[in-house]
Design a protein around this ligand. Structure first.
Ligand code: SF4
Length: 83
């Protein structure tokens, strides 16, 4: 079985809040607009919405991993972009 897990890269996240608008079932915003994951595990019925939220994140900070086994180590360092 491969569960899907949400993950936020806090370095990339720029608090746009799009993710919480698209996936309020799993993502809330703190008082500064940064996402708080209600749960990392994505239920199958919310997977398509989760994919949409990931694709819509303007900072590419929201990630959807496979839950079983290890997460594929994404070492995307470098761009600490502002914008
Ligand atoms: S949409 Fe992306 S940049 Fe905006 S709050 Fe969510 S994770 Fe952060």
């Amino acid at each position: 079985m491969t569960d899907r897990h949400l993950r936020v890269n806090p370095i990339r996240c720029e608090a746009h809040g799009v993710c919480a608008e698209l996936l309020p079932e799993l993502i809330r915003l703190d008082r500064w607009g940064y996402p708080i994951l209600v749960t990392r595990s994505v239920p199958p019925n919310l997977e398509s919405l989760a994919r949409r939220a990931v694709a819509s994140c303007p900072a590419l900070a929201l990630l959807l991993d496979r839950g079983s086994g290890q997460s594929s180590g994404q070492s995307s360092r470098g761009s600490s972009g502002t914008g």
